[in-house]
Design a protein around this ligand. Structure first.
Ligand code: MEV
Length: 418
């Protein structure tokens, strides 16, 4: 890909943005047609995806610029309805460029499958499961021909005892290598297929047979250094660390801090057809894995006085199977990022989360979040006040210049008021 820093991308009209995107990401006309089309799917596809379908619902799709991830320039498609998210990601990525952008990594594509065993299992269930592991894994792997063909599948089986008040349950867990898929369906099928062998081994009854959406081995991380001059000087760097310390120690702040991180991650996940609910649930589980809910990111001052950021978040993403493999827009978005493997996608998503967090915190410790947000939200307010889309930009620009950005003011302007 050519550079991801496209001059004045924000100010261009749609045709010029699409042309710059086509050139920078080496897309073909078919990709551009999908990305600029009405959302990639019609009613027939929607009807095949969900029950009781009546239509489709559009979400804006934009491109975050300036990202360098593992020394690779990447333009990042983001699907979100929230104003200022894409601008904030682009700003954070620009701020990181001076030091080489983001270094990111992604863990193994492993999923945990759980078989819950209740009632009367043997005292030495662990030893029995270990002795029967060959049959259990064989039964599990019989459930996914695709993973078997690719040399993937259930790798090992282990047990955990879980106290449930005065009682105890046994959870038998499969460790599944899901390859390039997110892997929920394969893991669930494997749990169901392995359950009879697990019952036979333990002497208990298999109740629930389902994946866990928390996969500690599927962790993605990103780091970046932001020059003190870029942050706003020594004082601003210190303030950023103070802001982080509150998120680290206070759950009420941490949840908002992490929401900002997820603004970025979820937007990329939506654009690429990932299971957004699974990603959200896992992220918040990870944020509380130490026993108290805390920040997903960490910020400190490095030896040179610059701001060092890091983010660690579980990201179960796939590039085959599920919607990611069939939704035309999701596929085109993956091509924009050149994310042919889930690890590439997870690295970009972690970088976007960190960039988003940087920009939100920086705004919060300097000007405050509302000035920038309201400027970008002004067009929505104009439309809410009844402006036709063609007039919305002019109404918004006037509200911004007057410094009065509100639906009430938009209504006055539309009514011809001063
Ligand atoms: C708004 O969608 C996200 C922020 O609240 C995140 C944060 O406070 O860090 C701005």
């Amino acid at each position: 890909m050519a550079g991801s820093s496209i001059p004045r991308f924000y100010e261009r009209d749609r045709a010029s943005r699409l042309e710059a995107l086509r050139e920078a990401a080496s897309l073909d006309e078919a990709d551009i047609a999908v990305l600029s089309g009405g959302g990639g799917i019609g009613f027939e596809e929607a009807d095949a995806m969900v029950e009781n379908a009546v239509g489709t619902m559009g979400v804006p799709l934009g491109i975050a610029t300036n990202f360098v991830v593992n020394s690779r320039d990447v333009l990042v498609p983001m699907a979100t309805e929230e104003s200022s998210v894409i601008a904030a990601a682009s700003r954070g990525a620009r701020a990181a460029r001076a030091t080489g952008g983001f270094a990111a990594s992604a863990g193994e594509a492993r999923m945990v499958g759980q078989v819950q065993i209740v009632g009367g299992y043997a005292d030495d269930a662990e030893a029995r499961v270990a002795a029967a592991s060959g049959e259990i894994l064989g039964a599990a792997n019989s459930a996914s021909r695709t993973l078997r063909r690719l040399g993937r599948g259930a790798r090992s089986v282990s047990c955990r005892r879980v106290r449930t008040g005065d009682a105890e349950q046994l959870v038998v867990e499969l460790d599944v290598d899901v390859g390039d898929a997110m892997g929920a369906n394969a893991t669930n099928s494997m749990c169901e297929a392995a359950a009879p062998a697990i019952e036979a081994a333990t002497g208990g009854r298999a109740l629930m047979r389902i994946l866990s959406n928390y996969s500690p081995r599927r962790m993605a991380s990103a780091t970046a250094t932001f020059l003190a001059a870029e942050v706003g000087g020594e004082g601003a760097v210190r303030d950023m660390v103070l802001a982080y310390e509150l998120a680290r120690h206070d759950m009420f702040r941490a949840v908002t801090h992490n929401k900002g991180i997820m603004n970025g991650i979820v937007a990329v996940a939506t654009a690429t057809g990932q299971d957004v609910r699974a990603i959200e649930a896992a992220a918040h589980a990870h944020a509380s894995a130490g026993g108290a809910y805390t920040s997903l990111s960490g910020w400190s001052v490095d030896a040179e006085g610059n701001l060092a950021g890091r983010l660690e978040v579980p990201l179960a993403v796939g590039t085959v199977g599920g919607i990611s493999g069939i939704h035309p827009t999701a596929r085109a978005c993956a091509r924009v990022m050149r994310a042919s493997a889930p690890a590439d996608l997870a690295c970009v998503m972690a970088a976007v989360g960190l960039a988003q967090n940087y920009s939100a915190m920086r705004a919060l410790v300097t000007t405050g979040i509302q000035a920038g947000h309201m400027r970008l939200h002004a067009r929505n307010l104009a439309i809410a006040a009844g402006a036709p889309p063609a007039r919305a930009a002019a109404v918004a620009a006037r509200m911004v210049s007057e410094g009065d950005i509100s639906e009430a003011r938009a209504r006055e302007i539309l009514a011809g008021g001063q």
